[in-house]
Design a binder for this molecule. Structure first.
Ligand SMILES: Nc1nc2c(c(=O)[nH]1)N[C@H]1C(S)=C(S)[C@@H](COP(=O)(O)OP(=O)(O)OC[C@H]3O[C@@H](n4cnc5c(=O)[nH]c(N)nc54)[C@H](O)[C@@H]3O)O[C@H]1N2
Ligand SMILES: Nc1nc2c(c(=O)[nH]1)N[C@H]1C(S)=C(S)[C@@H](COP(=O)(O)OP(=O)(O)OC[C@H]3O[C@@H](n4cnc5c(=O)[nH]c(N)nc54)[C@H](O)[C@@H]3O)O[C@H]1N2
Ligand SMILES: [Mo]
Length: 674
């Protein structure tokens, strides 16, 4: 037996932690996968999900060969075909459409892997050259992300590790224990050193359980809370006047706006006690350093963009940015100088300006007969399960005249609708390079084992298609390792050092905005955004009520949010048996008063419904739910649900105020015993 080797890799999943991992390989098989102890952020520890990554890689249901549909659309019946046969036919079909109307072709991808190579390189080159429709990738973060851009100048903020030194941490719209475990370590260190932790979340999450305080506000009311905090900072003069004068824009109008939000008004909107708001404001106004961990959970509502902007104004008001343990972090991704032009080659559009389709309204887009999508190529995403208003998404994918190609590791709900289903490699089998949206290190992922069966990397597939389409630009010959090397311009990171250690830390200041210098047009924290005003939007942050505000409908009196289940990663891992066993089955958490009023007992099967659809699952009468709000934990595969649906049967395709994002948590329902 050969002695085992160790290969450095990176967790590919859509999570702010972006862990560095070490795979032990014996006789060509991965036998052990561990967090890299050398990488400070990973600190040798992986989450439960990813510690099962070998189980995912070696899963008996991995797709191992290209397949062609044999049954009716959506039946999930396929026969194996050769790569040559599959690629020849796909290229011929795409070519025929491209000759006439390339916009009829739509790529659909998200962050199934966050890797720059398998996620946004050869694929983009291919579709740019083709002139296909562009995809607006809004499904997760654009409301909050654009809000940060209008306020702070980008997806930038505090360095994650310095939360450990804060004395007050607001964990706002984040179930960190479930979704950002390596941040939680820092929060715990701060707590041990005497910090106060406050969780702001409608749901009493496992994170809320472990904080000193929980503000259980109604979904979509965060801007009202933030404005009331400002009101208190102003009337008690807990302000850093010098920081405001030197490093902010629009203070006078923001002041006037905030003074319209006394705590009593916000308390009524948020559904929390006035005293809790007053107390939180005092803590925020008088504790240094104060840090805010904002996460995307609070921006999946109509006013998500404005709410993120309102919250992003707070640190400048109290001068929290002056210290490295003060400020705010939503995402660190904007701190990485990725050379996207080199990776994605938008110049291959050669002056053409194809239409852009919003991925969050894919249901409507596929059903639009006026300017139709005739072919869709799905990779790194499972839209049939994760996109809102599934009834329409399913109807769209069920179109017999829609040519559908899906690149996948598993036969997901979306894969069932494929005409061609192509087997994809996993992170143990391909090259990639990663940034992070939590920490500020670049990670390299080397293949540890050979691909199983005939699985191929996404980049390989798009290279092979490009060849068949006759695309002969030299960039279509770059192999996966060369693509890794082109992700950063020369001099930004030392690739050879990265290759040896598996990670490289960006050189960044500890407290980037201690002296202002925000990457906004004015160089200041923009309370007032001239860019938003120029688009006809409110230049100041305000409370924008939900499309479907709690209490506004007698037919559908309950607000439903559908946050992630701890042991799944969106819809990934739902098919890993050991993890599914922990989650059990699709659940709806409901408060005992709402359950009693409907004759629902703990463990009963219920119908959850609204005008968009109905979803059956088991009710859990739970102290995690507050009155008036129910939680459908996501994101189950539809085919594993009781009636072949999941929570997205109920969510709507309406969009956020800023960033054209989805409003998964802005959704009224009624619940009844099934
Ligand atoms: N285990 C696990 N980890 C994950 C994911 C996963 O699915 N599972 N998803 C990954 C992804 S895709 C992302 S984008 C990131 C971030 O992932 P997020 O989806 O932001 O995940 P959470 O941290 O669970 O944050 C959601 C929290 O926001 C709360 N929330 C819902 N509505 C509101 C509201 O109106 N206001 C406030 N204040 N809170 C609200 C929910 O109750 C929930 O606790 O995490 C990633 N990490
Ligand atoms: N109701 C509700 N809906 C939500 C959310 C919610 O909180 N509530 N969260 C939303 C959020 S934040 C997000 S980010 C989206 C996420 O939605 P998606 O980006 O669709 O994420 P996943 O469901 O994890 O699906 C990713 C797929 O990519 C596949 N994959 C992984 N690696 C590779 C690879 O290398 N090659 C190929 N070809 N495939 C690969 C995986 O097998 C998996 O099936 O869902 C959104 N939907
Ligand atoms: Mo996400």
């Amino acid at each position: 037996m050969n002695s085992p080797t160790q290969v450095l890799g990176a967790c590919p999943h859509d999570c702010p932690d972006t862990c560095s991992f070490v795979t032990t390989v014996q006789e060509g098989r991965a036998v052990k996968l561990q967090g890299n102890p050398e990488h400070a952020h990973t600190a040798g520890a992986l989450c439960t999900k990813v510690s099962r990554y070998i189980e995912r890689n070696d899963h008996p249901e991995r797709l191992l060969s290209p397949m062609k549909r044999v049954g009716p659309k959506g039946s999930g019946r396929f026969e194996a075909v050769s790569w040559d046969a599959a690629l020849d036919d796909i290229a011929a079909r795409l070519n025929a459409l491209a000759n006439d109307r390339p916009e009829a072709i739509l790529p659909y991808s998200y962050a199934g892997t966050m890797g720059l190579v398998q996620g946004e390189s050869m694929d983009r080159r291919f579709f740019h050259k083709l002139g296909a429709s562009l995809l607006d990738r809004t499904i997760c973060s654009t409301a909050g992300g654009e809000a940060m851009t209008y306020t702070l100048g980008g997806k930038v903020g505090m360095r994650m590790q310095f939360f450990a030194e804060a004395k007050l941490i607001l964990i706002w719209g984040s179930n960190s224990i479930a979704s950002n475990l390596h941040f939680w370590r820092h929060a715990q260190a701060a707590k041990r050193a005497g910090a106060r932790l406050v969780c702001i979340d409608p749901r009493r999450t496992e994170t809320a359980d472990k904080c000193d305080e929980h503000v259980a506000l109604l979904p979509g009311t965060d801007a009202a809370l933030a404005l009331a905090l400002m009101h208190e900072l102003i009337v008690h003069d807990w302000l850093d006047h010098d920081y405001i004068a030197q490093h902010t824009l629009g203070w006078e109008p923001l002041r006037a706006r905030a003074l319209q939000w006394p705590p009593a008004r916000a308390a009524a909107v948020c559904g929390v006690p006035e005293a809790q708001i007053v107390d939180l404001a005092r803590a925020y106004g008088t504790t240094r350093p104060a840090a805010i961990r904002l996460n995307y959970g609070m921006q999946r509502v109509h006013g998500g963009g404005n709410a993120a902007r309102a919250i992003a104004c707070l640190p400048a008001l109290v001068g929290a940015w002056r210290e490295r343990a003060g400020g705010l972090l939503l995402s660190s991704s904007g701190l990485f100088p990725v050379d996207r032009a080199a990776l994605q080659r938008p110049d291959l559009l050669a002056g053409r300006r194809p239409r852009t389709i919003n991925m969050s309204t894919i249901g409507d887009a596929l059903l639009d007969r006026a300017n139709p999508v005739d072919a869709i190529v799905v990779y790194n995403s499972n839209p049939v399960a994760v996109a809102p208003d599934s009834g329409k998404v399913v109807a769209g994918f069920a179109r017999e005249d829609l040519f559908t190609v899906v690149l996948e590791q598993f036969q997901t709900d979306t894969a069932d609708y494929a005409d061609y289903l192509l087997p994809a490699t996993t992170q143990l089998e391909h090259w990639d390079i990663h940034t992070s949206y939590g920490h500020t290190d670049v990670l390299l992922n080397r293949p540890a084992v050979a691909p199983r069966g005939e699985a191929r990397s996404n980049a390989w597939v798009f290279r092979a298609l490009a060849r068949r389409m006759g695309f002969d630009d030299p960039c279509f010959a770059d192999d996966d390792e060369a693509l890794c090397r082109s992700a950063f311009a020369p001099g930004v990171i030392d690739f050879e050092a990265l290759a040896v250690r598996g990670f490289a830390t960006l050189p960044l200041p500890d407290a980037p905005y201690a002296g202002g210098a925000f990457p906004t047009p004015s160089g200041r924290c923009e309370f007032f955004s001239a860019r938003l005003a120029a688009m006809g939007q409110d230049g100041l942050p305000d409370h924008v009520p939900n499309h479907e505000p709690a209490g506004s409908s007698t037919a559908f009196p309950l607000a439903m949010i559908s946050p992630p289940a701890r042991n799944f990663l969106n819809s990934s891992f739902v098919n890993v048996k050991s993890l599914r066993a922990i989650e059990g089955e699709p659940l709806l958490e409901i408060h005992e008063s709402d359950a009693a009023a409907r004759g629902i007992v703990d463990g009963a099967m219920v119908r959850v419904f609204n005008r968009r659809g109905e979803h059956r699952c088991r009710a859990e009468v739970s102290r995690r739910a507050r009155p008036g709000v129910v939680h459908g934990l996501g994101i189950w595969w539809r085919k594993l649900g009781v009636d072949g649906t999941n929570v997205n049967q109920l969510t709507s395709q309406r969009l956020t105020d800023i960033g054209r994002g989805p409003t998964f948590y802005d959704c009224l329902v009624e619940v009844a015993p099934a």
